[in-house]
Design a protein around this ligand. Structure first.
Ligand code: ASP
Length: 312
């Protein structure tokens, strides 16, 4: 039957936080991650399923303008928001993913609705927005997203003629930007796993660019037989390494635990593509592990129902 305690991990993106950012926002990030962990703990203790919990935690993160998802989504090359999200249930490998959606407060909710339908796993653009309308999801106006900080970030990226991750200030050119995507992985009291990831993508990204976040096996993966994974970082690196499924394969085929599989996955990411970013992973026994190649990753966890830990 295995360990009947729950585990939960959440992240608010990988990147390089300089001292000024840490001073200005460190407490806010810590508080936000701590609040989400406390929320998840309540749900899991009450017997909620892992998939319900990861959706609910990601909704909180999408609602918080500190993170690059939902409300705080970064802006693309034309100053618009295009978001990607995905969710996966480790019980039966059910999954839902949406790409290039806009004017939605909570893309993860749309991904979840799609997962519960007996149809496609992934919808993009217009088709996803039609589903949102059919599901009665409220649409929000441009003002909901176009926060002063995001407009300034876009100007900075345009001036440098680059795309950027969300959490990178004063970093070397190759690292410019911040990977402020959000994600959650959980193991519930019954031992089931789930994962969800949501993002506004990269600052100044091309219109129509889709990152790794909504791709099953790259930005998100969950299988009760192995582990649950959520990624954040330079999406193109993660897509080419199919990083989430690669980590699950290390668990499956090499008998690794979460820590070993994360180390092996990150080593592969670096060796093959010098990838920038990180992952959070819970294995089927509830062991938690994280790894990242950037200077920081905003994340936190509760392992086996223990104390909450938050790291920036
Ligand atoms: N992985 C996301 C993307 O490439 C960005 C991020 O993690 O912040 O769209």
């Amino acid at each position: 039957m295995g360990d009947r305690r729950f585990s939960l991990m959440v992240h608010g993106g990988a990147g390089t936080l300089d001292d000024a950012q840490q001073r200005a926002k460190g407490d806010a990030w810590r508080t936000a991650i701590g609040t989400v962990l406390a929320h998840g703990r309540r749900l899991l203790t009450d017997g909620a399923s892992a998939v319900e919990v990861v959706e609910s935690c990601v909704v909180l993160l999408e609602d918080d303008p500190l993170f690059n998802a939902g409300r705080g989504s970064v802006l693309n090359e034309v100053g618009a928001v295009e978001m990607d999200a995905a969710i996966m249930d480790g019980r039966n490998l059910a999954a839902g993913a949406v790409a290039g959606v806009h004017h939605l407060a909570n893309p993860v909710v749309l991904a979840s609705r799609l997962m519960r339908d007996d149809g496609p796993v992934m919808l993009a653009g217009e088709g996803a927005m039609r589903l949102a309308a059919r599901c009665g999801l409220t649409q929000v106006g441009d003002d909901y997203f176009r926060l002063p900080e995001r407009l300034a970030q876009l100007e900075q990226a345009r001036a440098k003629q680059t795309t950027m991750l969300d959490h990178i200030a004063g970093a070397p050119a190759a690292e410019t930007g911040k990977y402020g995507t959000v994600g959650a992985v959980a193991r519930d009291l019954k031992g089931h796993l789930a994962a969800a990831t949501s993002t506004g993508g990269m600052v100044n990204k091309r219109v129509g660019r889709v990152g790794d976040s909504p791709l099953i096996g790259a930005g998100v993966y969950a299988d009760d037989e192995t582990c649950a994974v959520s990624s954040t970082g330079h999406g193109e690196d993660f897509m080419r390494c199919v990083i989430a499924k690669t980590i699950a394969d290390y668990v499956d085929m090499r008998g690794m635990d979460a820590r070993q599989a994360v180390d092996a996955g990150i080593a592969y990411l670096v060796r093959r593509v010098q990838g920038l970013g990180g992952v959070i992973v819970i294995d089927r026994h509830g062991n938690c592990a994280s790894g990242f190649t950037t200077r920081n990753m905003i994340h936190g966890w509760i392992e086996h129902g223990g104390d909450a830990t938050v790291r920036l």
